[in-house]
Design a protein around this ligand. Sequence first.
Ligand SMILES: *Cc1c(COP(=O)(O)O)cnc(C)c1O
Length: 423
Amino acid sequence: MMKKPFVTKEKIEEIVKTYPTPFHIYDEKGIRENVKNLKEAFSWNEGFREYFAIKATPNPFLMEILREYGCGCDCSSYTELMMSEAMGITGSDIMFSSNDTPAEEFAYAAKLGATINLDDFTHIAFLEKVLGTLPETLSCRFNPGGLFSISNNIMDNPGDAKYGFTKEQLFEGFKILKEKGVKNFGIHSFLASNTVTNEYYPTLAKILFELAVELKNETGANITFINLSGGIGIPYRPDQEANDIKAIGEGVKNAFEEVLVSNGMGNVAIYTELGRYMMGPYGHLITKVQHEKHTYKEYVGCDSSAVDLMRPAMYGAYHHITVLGKEDQPLDFKYDVTGSLCENNDKFAVDRMLPKIEIGDYLAIHDTGAHGYAMGYNYNGKLKSAELLLKEDGTVQMIRRAETPKDYFQTFDQFEIFQKFNF
Ligand SMILES: *Cc1c(COP(=O)(O)O)cnc(C)c1O
């Protein structure tokens, strides 16, 4: 499959007159079409709800778009809860799926009325101590251990993951919670990340549905929702085939009918906490080439760095690159595309075949809409980029300004040296 950017060179040349590179730009039209398709694929389930994993792209302007389609927020930290509250998203519109959770975060989540998803058995006692009493509705995160496979392909290694209750702990936990007065229960699990297969959700759903039947039979718990969490992936590489959300919805529906409906649990709501799938493809990092270097390899250096997109440095992740305006030229030059950090892993691409690049070319780095800006950091004192929204009508709105040196030095504001920076 050809990966085509959602902006042209001409459009970027127009945008940079107002907003200089580097910046992340998001495609409103793409975001809307995608969330509509997700809703449609799960419309067979009356209680279906997507809680957008806000950590993927914590920007209120983007969350506001998803909210129009009924999405809630999936939060995992104090500031993510603050962002939700500031947007007026409270109560059961928040799923609080955190781990190693500080007491004040549980207290804040409970104050907002969020649905709390416990990561560990010991958090039952911890939460009770923090709140004085347990909420009426609670969810628990399940970790089956071992390896997680789909038709003999190992997808991930839950046995090595820090998250969730063991199966025994889940049964014991539900009994305790029930005794302590919890009325409504949810089950959550996240077994594999960035899956590019239509089988992941249906396979996970079947495991959780069967578990729900067992839990109900053994503990009498009233299970009202099952949260399939995140993990639906996107095709970062051009040779990967995108997931078919309709087929995924069908697959979950089949498991739902086979396991839950037949056991009298047909009114269980399905929740998702997708992050990457909701936003990933609808973001590009736009950066301008500022240097060429010819040593043992051919390098092109950009005005962005791992500060704006950490995934290649952190995971060796592939992000497709389009040289804007050169879409139709042959890919007959091999480059390392670098940022300016004093770290040799600060490379957006290694040995990548691209058209001949010149200084001043604009690169669109694809699929930065999730876990892109959000993962950024300030190493080397580099400042994080702006975020722009390409609206459906073709206009551009800045939805976060670029950082300034003052932002970087702000945490010295109580100290005398702060005055010497002369902002
Ligand atoms: C990261 C995360 C998500 C979102 O994962 P994606 O792979 O972006 O879909 C959802 N739920 C929890 C608890 C997470 O940690």
